[in-house]
Design a protein around this ligand. Structure first.
Ligand SMILES: C[S@@+](CC[C@H](N)C(=O)[O-])C[C@H]1O[C@@H](n2cnc3c(N)ncnc32)[C@H](O)[C@@H]1O
Length: 255
């Protein structure tokens, strides 16, 4: 069993996963405008992955930094960002160690990445550190899978093929542990080596935890944030409901 997002990094980039970032990039300007959040300046994308979101933001004039714990994901982000010809900074670290003060206008964290924090104390710690890293009036935007998302949506099929082509087979097997509020995705990859033509098999287990939306909000407020919105549908900008699979938090360091 390997480290997560090692062999999966290339597969992630090749698949439809980066579409999520492209979709957010399209919606973000109107969200920032609606909630009177900074629309330019310094951005930190936590768990930036292979960098599609950062690429879009640097091309719209933001000064971008990205942080991720996966060296394989960061290598892909670096390749991608170099092609823009713009300056950027990438940090190889765990977001639980984030250590900046009054530095950023906007901090983001997309596509379930906060769900990888399996202890409430880690979530509290990251929110405190994000608060410290933001400038006053700075915005903090992120999404998380909800309890409904992990325990209903994720569990709808016992096993499915997520990607398949002549060089790749990606199989997902979900499971969950209600007592721990955790769900896991066993990702099995069969990848053909183009040099030898041989198939290799890799496996990663991705464990995520869901937190009640009220608890996430209370944790943000305890860290000092004002929660401006808790959306269930980003396109419609409508509030999160008990059966929303994903929740989008829009928070601000008002002090
Ligand atoms: C589903 S991917 C999302 C990547 C990117 N945000 C996107 O939208 O495509 C989750 C990312 O979170 C990163 N990650 C998970 N836990 C982390 C942690 N504690 N610190 C930093 N990065 C983390 C993983 O390495 C991975 O790149």
């Amino acid at each position: 069993m390997g480290e997560i997002y090692s062999h999966f990094a290339e597969v992630y980039q090749k698949g439809s996963y980066p579409e999520f970032s492209k979709w957010i990039l399209g919606l973000l300007p109107s969200l920032l405008d609606k909630f009177s959040l900074p629309q330019s300046g310094k951005l930190l994308d936590l768990a930036c992955g292979e960098g599609t979101f950062l690429e879009g933001m640097v091309l719209s004039g933001w000064q971008v930094s990205g942080l991720d714990q996966s060296s394989a994901m960061l290598r892909l982000a670096e390749e991608r960002l170099k092609k823009t010809g713009q300056p950027f900074r990438l940090i190889h670290d765990d977001m639980r160690n984030l250590n900046f003060q009054n530095e950023f206008d906007l901090i983001t964290c997309w596509f379930d990445s906060m769900n990888y924090l399996l202890d409430l104390t880690d979530l509290e710690n990251v929110f405190n550190r994000v608060f410290r890293a933001l400038k006053p009036k700075g915005g903090f935007l992120f999404d998380m899978n909800t309890l409904y998302g992990l325990f209903v949506r994720w569990q709808q099929q016992p096993m499915y093929i997520s990607q398949e082509d002549e060089d790749l087979l990606e199989i997902h097997i979900p499971s969950c542990d209600y007592e721990k509020s955790e769900a896991s995705l066993r990702i099995i990859l069969f990848i053909r080596d183009p040099q030898t033509n041989q198939w290799n098999r890799w496996e990663e287990i991705h464990t995520q935890r869901a937190y009640p939306m009220n608890l996430i909000q209370a944790t943000l407020e305890k860290a000092g944030f004002q929660v401006l919105a808790r959306l269930g549908n980003l396109t419609e900008q409508s509030p999160a409901l008990p059966n929303s699979g994903r929740v989008w938090f829009i928070a601000q360091k008002t002090a």
